[in-house]
Design a protein around this ligand. Structure first.
Ligand SMILES: *Cc1c(COP(=O)(O)O)cnc(C)c1O
Length: 418
């Protein structure tokens, strides 16, 4: 459920007409709904409430905007971060360091140091090498870093290959078969407090069974570790729940997910941790765009919009579907190809899509753009970075300024020897 709806023949975000935002802020622009973010956060929390006191860490990479993170912080979420930059954002948004989990296969020395200095809640180690390095850094500072070992359970998440992370040949975590030996060696290091295990098998999962298989394997691992006297007090089950992008998409609900987790983890005797991203933010945002012109095509016309693959990369990266809706529906239909202005055929949002009839100057939205949207933007074709807006009831605020192409150029230099 979200708070983008038609009222008197036009699309609103909560109580703000999207046309007003377009007029005042310009297009393209990302629009987030605070009420939707809060609703999704609460539904997720409630679904997991029977699990005791789980640790909830919003996956910052899904939407790192400071205002979005502040909403999550107010909802009691910590953060799952994958870089020093994300760590800084989580702290800037007011999340206590102790509620932050640091994931990622390529944490660099300066990032590990920042995490140690901040007093992070947990480092999710993705290799033995990383743990060895972290131990040296922590011991030199006289601390023991709280750590979980991320394991690769070799489960096919059944999602898009590029966002699948739990197959044996993916780069993430350590092979689950080697995990007991690695965990034991890491637990003996002076700078680490090995306290748990972690999995995250991929994103946009439409089926709970791969997650269930991964969690079952994790449960077996926990028992194996304890059998040889190793301490396991935490289990981080990652993120990954899918969201509907398209009418007819059926996704497991947070309640079904919670029930499955409760069943599989019964008797684990750990504090469970979760890292949801998309399921919280996905349907809480739209990309508001304007039709530049409609061009005749050989078969279907091309609806050329002012948003492009640099603003919303998912269709170009993964062939993803985003619903396209007119802000003022004409009640006529058309079949069209929806494209951006970028000089690349990859800059295509949809081919042969049946949509509401639109013409030059009309406003429209790409739905479900609140996760992995603005955060993946680039300045390709010397386009700037799109502004971001958050709506709250009948008011809105710009939560990220538009960055103009000339501001990007201002950071470039032509050396004097040219
Ligand atoms: C991306 C990521 C998540 C969030 O995934 P969603 O599919 O957005 O829920 C959680 N944990 C880790 C380690 C990730 O890399």
């Amino acid at each position: 459920m979200d708070h983008f709806h038609l009222r008197d023949g036009e699309l609103y975000a909560e109580d703000v007409p999207l046309a007003r935002i377009a007029a005042e802020v310009g297009t393209p622009v990302y629009v987030y709904s605070r009420a939707t973010l809060e609703r999704h956060a609460r539904v997720f929390k409630e679904a997991l409430a029977p699990l005791g006191d789980p640790h909830l860490a919003f996956a910052v990479k899904a939407n790192p905007n400071l205002a979005v993170l502040r909403v999550m912080q107010r909802e009691g979420f910590g953060a799952d971060v994958v870089s020093g930059g994300e760590l800084a954002r989580a702290l800037a948004a007011g999340m206590p360091a102790s509620e932050v989990v640091f994931s990622g296969v390529g944490k660099q020395e300066y990032e590990l140091i920042r995490g140690l200095d901040a007093g992070l809640g947990q480092f999710n180690l993705e290799s033995e090498e990383e743990g060895t390095e972290l131990s040296v850094l922590a011991a030199a500072r006289g601390v023991r870093a709280p750590c979980a070992l991320r394991v690769n359970p070799d489960v096919d998440a059944g999602t898009h290959d590029k966002i699948s992370t739990g197959k044996a040949d993916n780069k993430f975590g350590v092979p689950i078969g080697e995990a007991p030996a690695i965990y034991a060696r890491l637990a003996a290091l002076p700078g680490l407090d090995m306290r748990g295990v972690a999995v995250h098998i991929g994103s946009q999962l439409s089926d709970l069974s791969p997650l269930e298989r991964a969690f079952e394997k994790l449960g077996t691992l926990i028992a194996t570790l304890r059998a040889v006297g190793l301490k396991v007090t935490h289990a981080d089950l990652g993120g990954g729940l899918g969201v509907p992008y398209k009418a007819g998409d059926v996704m497991p609900s947070p309640a079904e997910y919670g029930a499955m987790v409760a069943r599989v983890t019964a008797g684990w005797d750990v504090r469970l941790m979760f890292e949801p991203g998309r399921v919280i933010a996905g349907n809480a945002g739209v990309l508001l765009t304007k039709v530049v012109r409609v061009k005749r095509g050989i078969r279907d016309p091309f609806v050329i919009v002012d948003a492009a693959m640099n603003d919303l990369a998912r269709p170009a990266l993964y062939g993803s579907w985003h619903d396209f809706e007119a802000v003022r529906p004409s009640n006529k239909r058309m079949t069209a190809n929806i494209v951006g202005p970028i000089c690349e055929t990859g800059d295509t949002f949809a081919m042969g899509r049946n949509i509401e009839g639109v013409e030059a100057g009309d406003l429209a939205v790409f739905r479900t753009a609140g996760a992995y949207g603005a955060t993946m933007a680039s300045s390709y074709n010397s386009r700037g970075f799109v502004a971001e807006v958050m709506v709250d009831g009948d008011k809105y605020a710009i939560v990220a300024d538009r960055i103009l192409p000339e501001e990007i150029t201002a950071a470039e230099r032509v050396p004097d020897w040219l």
